[in-house]
Design a protein around this ligand. Structure first.
Ligand code: GRG
Length: 301
């Protein structure tokens, strides 16, 4: 399916990329720049810049644009989301987690910089995300507090980290479909929902719109993960930029392992339609979010 002609993701992506670079640079400008600081910043920048689909910042900006606000207002929130995501990838790749050696087409952070530096780079990125939100001058102070609450909850023990714990516990055991959906609603879905909700709150969305977008984001988060699991089984390491077949090798529960590849593909298409239906309810069927749904569900990596 083609993206609507008015959705210029390339402009958005380069704006997001520049904003990420700028935030990383200014995070270092207060430090004394010892060789330790330099190495830390290098590890942080290595993991954030140059690759990655930027889905979470795009979702945040797209929501804001679709609700007739400007994406420049939400750029700090978009950067904060990507920094949390980058931190989660660094820690997820560690030997004590998934022990991955390849990420975004290059050696993982701990392979390139050592395990201790990778842990610290992840920690610093997480802190930087909240610093950026707290300092976001384009957003009024009560909204900023609301954004901090949303992001903290999504990243923490009832969100991404909680889902990761659940995932580790479930590895090498078979769990049912509803447990798998619960696991991923925390591990991957929470940050995706936060991206949409943060964009909507910055745009001043009313409660009905917030509720509908929240339901939309939950379906999209699930669809993202179903496709991620399918790609892990069907794509090459080269295309993915990370080890293909890693889920199976690690004994992870996945949608294709529970329902079969074809059913998982059908499920992704069903979720895509449900996402579009929810967007239609808000008159947003032809906007940036709808184009992103297509990008996410029909992606190659
Ligand atoms: C605190 C030690 C410690 C560990 C926590 C937070 C965490 C580890 C793990 C979170 C789990 C996690 C990494 C979820 C994301 C899963 C996922 C499919 C990521 C890939 O996202 P994409 O495809 O990646 O958007 P790009 O590279 O395009 O940004």
């Amino acid at each position: 399916m083609k993206e609507p002609s008015h959705t210029n993701f390339e402009v958005l992506l380069s704006t997001i990329e520049n904003a990420l670079k700028q935030r990383l640079k200014s995070s270092a400008s207060h430090s004394e720049n010892t060789s330790a600081h330099k190495k830390l910043l290098e590890a942080m920048s290595y993991s954030v810049l140059g690759a990655g689909k930027r889905l979470r910042p795009l979702l945040c900006c797209a929501t804001s644009i679709d609700l007739n606000s400007t994406y420049t207002t939400v750029l700090p929130a978009a950067c904060a989301l990507e920094f949390i995501h980058a931190y989660s990838l660094i820690h997820d790749d560690l030997p004590s987690m998934d022990n991955d050696k390849l990420r975004r087409g290059k050696p993982t952070c701990h392979i390139a910089f050592g395990e201790a530096a990778a842990i610290l780079a992840g920690d610093a990125l997480q802190a930087l995300a909240f610093e950026i939100l707290a300092n976001a001058e384009s957003i009024n102070s009560s909204t900023r507090i609301h954004l901090v609450q949303i992001l903290a909850r999504a990243a923490g023990s009832v969100g991404m980290v909680g889902g990761q714990c659940f995932d580790m516990q479930a590895t090498n055991t078979v769990i049912g479909l509803s447990a798998l959906e619960q696991l991923h609603s925390e591990k991957t879905g929470a940050l995706i929902s936060a991206a949409v909700n943060m964009g909507a709150i910055c745009a001043g969305a009313d409660q009905n719109c917030l509720n509908t977008l929240d339901a939309f984001a939950r379906k999209l988060g699930l669809a993202f993960q179903v496709v991620d699991d399918i790609l892990d089984e069907t794509q090459s390491t080269e295309v993915l930029g990370k080890q293909a077949g890693a889920d199976r090798k690690l004994g992870k529960n996945t949608f294709p392992s529970l329902m079969g590849l074809e059913q998982a593909q059908n499920y992704a298409v069903k979720l895509e339609k449900e996402c579009f239906d929810l967007l239609s309810q808000l008159g947003l069927r032809d906007g940036y979010l709808a184009a992103l749904v297509t990008r996410i569900i029909h992606r190659a990596s």
